[in-house]
Design a binder for this molecule. Structure first.
Ligand SMILES: Cc1ncc(COP(=O)(O)O)c(C=O)c1O
Length: 381
């Protein structure tokens, strides 16, 4: 289908093509110096002491949970309103994903009070998803855990949507206040390497552990041995292969340089949306009624008027050439997670109202007018 307005727009150019070609010509494609540079630059960008490049964010979450001490039989508290990877990564480690509600129809990030209510002796970690690129309230989350006497519970930030976003109560960037932050560079994300991810941490020991966990548990890397820095290795623990490669790292370094401007342009597009949507009765825009820091503006999620036939709206907008989506079908209603049945009052109340409108750095005021015009026609207002 050729869209008049597609949901997102991948902004790759000659620089990325050149960077990738340079790697191919170098003859060394697997993890090497380019990955190390990408890690250093990403750590500097976020303000984290360490950054470990990984194959994708899902693996990044799995490694972060494991490094947080999650073992079979443990529980990891996650919001249900997220991409399924947040919960899957826990299940893949043999842990149980325990679902918590989001805070309100305006604040679609995990509710600290509900997390506290879901704690059990088996809780090992809690995941704060920075939904749509807006920081979850990790200060409230840490406070709630401490108040419950659970300073031992590790917070992992799912930063897939939030490279460059700041926290609600400071200028520091997401992925730096908790034990780990896991980022995604999938092709629909704010910066992309096709597949790819990064895990940030402030702790040198956790950094070393992540590096071992992403490389079979080996004590030296192929790159070390290629350079003659090492001849052998030991395997101190059983682990997976979660490495990123040089081609993706080279593309990622270019994308990282472009990220601040891309996020700024996304923010401008959101501004146009807020103006245009203000006149559409019954449509609410989450993260617009409070202080949420500087968002990374990953997704433009709206809540349709109560009782709207969402499929009908999406179909009418499709007929008008406008692509829309739903972020997300909540995880606790998927077959794999449906038992035991959990009720999450806020998530359950808004699920049928969620609609994602097109947003990219290239989205102009004129594009927004086309989208909101199509939405108005679809709603009949
Ligand atoms: C909130 C969230 N977490 C995790 C992921 C997984 O990222 P990846 O595709 O890099 O594994 C995604 C991807 O869409 C996501 O949106």
């Amino acid at each position: 289908m050729s869209w008049k307005v597609a949901l997102t727009d991948v902004t790759l150019g000659e620089e990325e093509a050149q960077a990738a070609a340079d790697v191919v010509r170098s003859g060394w494609l697997s993890q090497g110096e380019g990955v190390a540079r990408f890690e250093t630059e990403f750590a500097a960008f976020t303000g984290a002491a360490h950054a470990v490049a990984v194959t994708n964010c899902t693996i990044g979450l799995e490694l972060a949970y494991e490094a947080a001490g999650v073992r079979p039989g443990d529980e990891v508290i996650v919001p249900a309103l997220t991409f399924v990877a947040t919960a899957n990564a826990a299940r893949r480690l043999g842990a149980t994903a325990v679902f918590a509600d989001v805070t309100s129809p305006d604040d679609l990030c995990v509710d600290a009070a509900d997390v506290a209510a879901k704690l059990s002796p088996r809780t090992r970690a809690v995941v704060a998803v920075h939904f749509a690129g807006w920081a979850a309230d990790v200060t409230a989350l840490r406070g709630a855990l401490d108040a419950a006497g659970r300073g031992d519970v590790v917070i992992v930030e799912d930063c897939a949507h939030a490279p460059g976003a700041t926290y609600r109560d400071g200028d520091d960037r997401c992925g730096t206040r908790s034990a780990f932050g896991a980022f995604s560079f999938f092709s629909n994300k704010n910066m992309t390497t096709g597949e790819g991810g990064m895990v940030t941490t402030g702790d040198a020991g956790r950094d070393r552990l992540l590096r071992a966990l992403r490389a079979h548990g080996m004590t030296t890397t192929t790159w070390d041995r290629h350079r003659g820095h090492a001849f052998s290795y030991d395997v101190a623990r059983v682990a997976t292969n979660g490495r990123l490669d040089e081609v993706r790292a080279a593309i990622g370094r270019v994308q990282l340089r472009k990220l601040p401007d891309a996020n700024r342009r996304r923010g401008e597009a959101r501004g146009h949306y807020l103006t245009a949507l203000a006149g559409v009765p019954g449509v609410d825009v989450p993260f617009s009624k409070g202080a949420y820091g500087v968002g990374a503006q990953h997704l433009l999620v709206v809540l349709l008027p109560e009782g709207t036939d969402r499929e009908g709206v999406m179909g009418a907008m499709r007929a008008d050439g406008v692509q829309t989506s739903v972020h997300y079908p909540p995880t606790h209603r998927f077959t794999a997670y449906s038992e035991p049945r959990v009720e999450l009052p806020v998530t359950d109340a808004i699920t049928a109202r969620l609609l994602t409108l097109p947003l990219a750095p290239t989205t102009t005021a004129a594009t927004v007018d086309v989208v909101v015009g199509a939405l108005r026609r679809a709603l009949g207002v």
